[in-house]
Write a protein that binds this ligand. Structure first.
Ligand code: CDP
Ligand code: CDP
Length: 201
């Protein structure tokens, strides 16, 4: 059984949370494609050649520093390089069409990686809500950086991801738009699960 759930959207919209829950519910494999770009960005920040850096090892993907805002910015910069996107394409495509079902979350899954995906979700929320969630993840009042800095980072990264020439972030024409600004995680997951059920019959 080949079945792909493509989840795209801006930073901290809830893509990964929803993707993991949907994958678990249906027994599908899950790929956080942002982690690939974060790992490449981290290697390039250390001086690696961008294309050579795309040969990723399990160790590259297991680095502890990939979730930081700096790694997000480094990812977003290398993600605008067409040769990097091309080098990461095949792995993602094969993952999407693997036997047994797959959920991928990122920026271009429904538009470029797997336009034939059976279900496409564009998960979004206001920049303020998204930055607030990321700030809470960092500890809220105890976070090492103020909310305003997190908001600025999110806005800058979204603008770069939406403005690049190659595979810009945008909803696929046939994507279901899921605005999670006023939804709990459970409500957002329930809507995503319903979309998959509707398509699977
Ligand atoms: O993968 P992405 O960057 O889009 O977002 P995430 O890491 O799944 O979610 C970012 C944060 O928002 C996490 O702390 C989630 O628990 C939270 N979240 C939420 O509060 N409400 C939702 N409906 C979805 C996510
Ligand atoms: O978790 P969050 O939404 O903050 O970011 P991420 O999904 O880990 O992605 C980090 C960066 O990688 C994004 O800002 C994009 O520039 C890039 N990316 C991409 O270009 N295409 C993808 N399919 C996934 C991520």
């Amino acid at each position: 059984m080949i079945f792909t759930v493509a989840i795209d959207g801006p930073a901290a919209a809830g893509k990964g949370t929803i993707g993991r829950a949907v994958a678990e519910r249906f027994g599908f494999a899950h790929l956080d494609t942002g982690l690939l770009y974060r790992a490449v960005g981290a290697k390039v920040a250390e001086g690696a050649d961008p294309v050579a850096a795309c040969a990723l090892t399990p160790g590259d993907l297991a680095r502890g520093d990939l979730r930081s805002a700096e790694a997000g910015q480094a990812a977003s910069r290398v993600a605008a390089v067409p040769e990097v996107r091309a080098a990461l394409l095949d792995f993602q495509r094969r993952f999407a069409r693997r036997e047994g079902g797959a959920v991928l979350d990122g920026r271009d899954i429904g538009t470029v990686i797997c336009p034939e995906a059976e279900v496409k979700l564009y998960v979004t929320a206001s920049a303020e809500v998204r930055a607030g969630r990321r700030w809470q993840e960092l500890g809220g009042e105890a976070a090492p950086l103020p909310y305003a800095t997190v908001l600025a980072e999110v806005v800058e990264r979204d603008a770069r991801d939406m403005g690049r020439a190659d595979a810009p972030l945008r909803p696929a024409v046939d994507a279901l738009i899921l605005d999670t600004s006023a939804l709990s995680i459970d409500e957002a997951v329930a809507r995503a699960v319903a979309a998959v059920r509707a398509r699977r019959g």
